[in-house]
Structures are given as structure tokens and as C-alpha cells.
Design a protein around this ligand. Structure first.
Ligand SMILES: Cc1ncc(COP(=O)(O)O)c(C=O)c1O
Length: 394
């Protein structure tokens, strides 16, 4: 049943990856098969002990703790101490059903806490769920441009917008750009204005320039670090993450979320304990991604594209050649779509056009390396065909 004509309701936009249908078909028709690099979905295995814990915890019968079991929150606290050198009380940590869920619902719950505010501040080139969370909460989004070195340029935020802000999202390392943010500056900015700083750190373990960083290293007042086991431990299918930091914010959100029925299943919480407590598998995964990134960047450079190793994350953020000259339009489509199609034709690669990450990113291409080739040969096998890309772009 459609909504009455007088009402203007929320109509969900097409999900970005669902728009890749034609590209997927083109890639599939490549003689070497398709290589899906479009979504950061892990395909390497989680540790055996983690999978074993999923089936043997005996927790499936009863309801799990919405906030997360004491065991899981303690394990996350131990990891935060080992990784970032910050000691948190488990009461400063709570579970979420994967961090996308937290990102998508945070504005909604924060607005219940502060109904007089209606704005979410988010990076202009970013994982789309920050802006979607604002829309789902009936809030406005103010896009914050990137700073020179990456991250977000907080100085551009107008006082009037800061006064209306429920939160500011920071994502470091960034999906898609890989840029690292000045987390100390972000924490200080938020504290000075009474705006909670929500820092999505799901790629922290995959930091290539300098040590992994967390906003909680700059004090916990007014900040939350958001962490996922999806990338760290290849557990995207299990759906578990945590948010950690300001005790009052954690307490409030955990209470509301309990009423909303948001719970990480008990077996997944048990597996998460094992995952948070082990660092060896993460070290292995880091080397896999580092190798894939370096190989793919070299291939793309060989094809005439500008592909630099990111400061963090496992995405290559590649400018579309000639974007400025073509002013974004090549035969009626943005240059990024032309390049997406060219990569599918020439190499069977499925990648994401920049516009999936915001209008300001339309001249860029995100090439993700979370997923290995489905046909068991790395895209390096197609390197000769890749060399044809610049021809296709002309
Ligand atoms: C920046 C960012 N945040 C959050 C997520 C969500 O991860 P999950 O819901 O699996 O924890 C992703 C997934 O790709 C991401 O790229």
C-alpha cells in the first residue's frame, strides 16, 4: 500500500551496491571471471577457536545481555588497553549488533536524549551510513569537508550548526580515502561545544602510517570510539561491535538500546571474547591486506591510474583520470562510472564509483581489497588487460 498523496514520507534511495548490476554483468562476462572489489566484505577465515566458540558456548537458550556480557566487555577492554594503552572500565563499553547498526541508529537515540538538537555533522566524503542515520532520525546532515591531510576540517563548521549538533562523526582511518584524522583536535572541538564526538575506528588495526590510534587516547569525556570485529577478525557475518568511552553516554545508549531490543546473540558474544583476546590472527590479516593493497596499487599504476597506498584501511581511493578536464561528465555519465565500466570490461573487476561516498567524491574511484577474486586467481592475472584501460577511457 502506498502512502496517501498528501504525505511526503521517507523513500529509501537505491542501496548503493544494488546500482552495480550492469557492472557486475559486464565483469562476469570477462573470460577470467569477475573479481569483486566493490564491498569491504571479508572473505578470509576467522580463527578456528572463534568459530568453535560460536557452537559451544551453550548461550543460545536464554536472552543475551543487550549491553553485552561482562566477559565480552572485559575482553574488549583488555584489547583496548593492549592496542591503545587506555584502561577502561567494562561499564564504559557496550555491545552493538555490528557497527553499521550503531552508526545508523545513534542519531535517533541521541535525539531522544536531546530533542532540541536536530543536526548530525559528518565527513562530506564518507561511508554513507552517517548521513543515512541522520535521515532515519529525521535530522539534517551538515557535511564537513576533508582537511588537507585527510580527516575532517572542523574549523569549517558554523557555530549555528555546532549548537544544533547531536554528534559529529569522525572516521579514522577513513573509508574510502584511508586518511587519518587528528583525534585529539576532534575530541577538544567536541568538548568545547558540548557535541559528542563519535569516532568510527573499525579500520584502526589496519593503519599503515604510524601506530593505530583511538579517540579515547585523548580522554573519554564526550567521546565514543566505535569498534567492529567484522574487519579485525573477519566476522562480518556474526554482527558484533562495541562502542566505548564516556561513561554517561554509554550508560544512556545502552539503556535505550535495551528497550529497543538490540542484542548481540549469546554465541556471537562468546566468540567475540575469543576474538578480542587474540592478536595473532589480526597480524596475519594485516599482512594479507598490505600485500593485496601493494599489488593492486602497482597494477593500477601500470594501467595509468594514480593509486597510492592509503594511510589506513584496505581501500584504494583512485582519482578518475581527466575528471577535471571532463568536468565529471563523459558521454552523459560521470567519469567514475566510465572507469568502473572500463575496469569491469578490461579486467573483470567490480569496483565502486566515488559517488557512493557522497556527491563531492564523484571524481574518484574506490577500489576495495577486502574480497579476493572469486575465481581464485588474483586480479594480477589480468594485468595485461588492465593496460587497455586508458584506451577505453579515451
Ligand atoms: C567506515 C565503516 N564503518 C562501519 C562499517 C560497518 O561495519 P560492521 O557493521 O560490519 O561492523 C563499515 C563497513 O564496511 C565501514 O566501512
Amino acid at each position: 500500500m502506498s502512502a496517501p498523496e498528501t504525505e511526503v514520507g521517507f523513500s529509501p534511495p537505491p542501496y548503493p551496491y544494488d546500482r552495480l548490476g550492469a557492472v557486475v554483468e559486464t565483469a562476469a562476462s570477462h573470460p577470467g571471471g569477475a573479481v569483486d572489489l566493490s564491498v569491504g566484505t571479508p572473505c578470509d577465515p576467522p580463527p578456528n577457536a572463534v568459530v568453535h566458540a560460536l557452537g559451544t558456548s551453550g548461550t543460545e537458550r536464554g536472552y543475551p545481555a543487550s549491553m553485552g556480557s561482562a566477559a565480552m566487555r572485559s575482553a574488549a577492554a583488555r584489547w583496548i588497553e593492549r592496542r591503545f594503552g587506555v584502561s577502561l572500565d567494562p561499564a564504559q563499553i557496550a555491545a552493538c549488533v555490528g557497527t553499521k547498526e550503531f552508526v545508523a541508529t545513534a542519531a535517533w537515540f541521541l535525539r531522544l536524549r536531546t530533542p532540541g538538537r536536530d543536526t548530525v555533522l559528518a565527513p562530506s566524503v564518507a561511508y554513507p551510513t552517517y548521513a543515512m542515520g541522520a535521515r532515519l532520525a529525521g535530522c539534517r546532515v551538515v557535511e564537513v569537508p576533508a582537511a588537507g591531510i585527510g580527516g575532517i576540517e572542523l574549523s569549517t563548521i558554523a557555530d549555528a550548526d555546532a549548537e544544533r549538533a547531536l554528534c559529529v562523526w569522525v572516521n579514522s582511518p577513513s573509508n574510502p580515502t584511508g586518511a587519518l584524522s587528528d583525534l585529539g583536535a576532534a575530541a577538544a572541538w567536541g568538548r568545547a561545544r558540548g557535541v559528542p564526538v563519535l569516532c568510527d575506528e573499525c579500520y584502526a588495526e589496519f593503519t599503515w602510517k604510524g601506530a593505530p590510534a583511538s579517540i579515547v587516547q585523548h580522554g573519554v569525556e564526550g567521546v565514543l570510539a566505535v569498534h567492529s570485529l567484522s574487519k579485525r577478525s573477519n566476522l562480518a557475518g556474526a554482527r558484533v561491535g562495541v562502542y566505548a568511552g564516556d561513561a554517561e553516554l554509554v550508560r544512556y545508549l545502552a539503556e535505550v538500546r535495551k528497550h529497543a531490543g538490540l542484542m548481540v546473540p549469546g554465541p556471537v558474544q562468546a566468540a567475540a571474547v575469543v576474538a578480542w583476546d587474540d592478536d595473532a590472527h589480526v597480524a596475519e590479516q594485516r599482512e594479507r591486506y598490505r600485500g593485496r593493497l601493494a599489488r593492486l596499487a602497482e597494477m593500477l599504476r601500470g594501467a595509468g591510474l594514480e593509486a597510492e597506498m592509503p594511510a589506513g584501511g584496505f581501500y584504494l581511493w583512485v582519482p578518475v583520470p581527466g575528471w577535471a578536464d571532463a568536468q565529471g561528465e563523459v558521454e552523459g555519465r560521470t567519469g567514475a562510472w566510465v572507469l568502473t565500466t572500463a575496469l569491469a570490461e578490461a579486467a573483470g573487476m567490480i569496483v565502486s564509483p566515488g559517488e557512493f561516498y557522497g556527491a563531492r567524491a564523484a571524481g574518484w574511484q574506490a577500489v576495495l581489497v577486502g574480497q579476493p577474486p572469486s575465481n581464485s586467481t588474483h586480479p594480477v592475472a589480468h594485468v595485461n588487460r588492465l593496460e587497455e584501460i586508458h584506451v577505453l577511457l579515451k
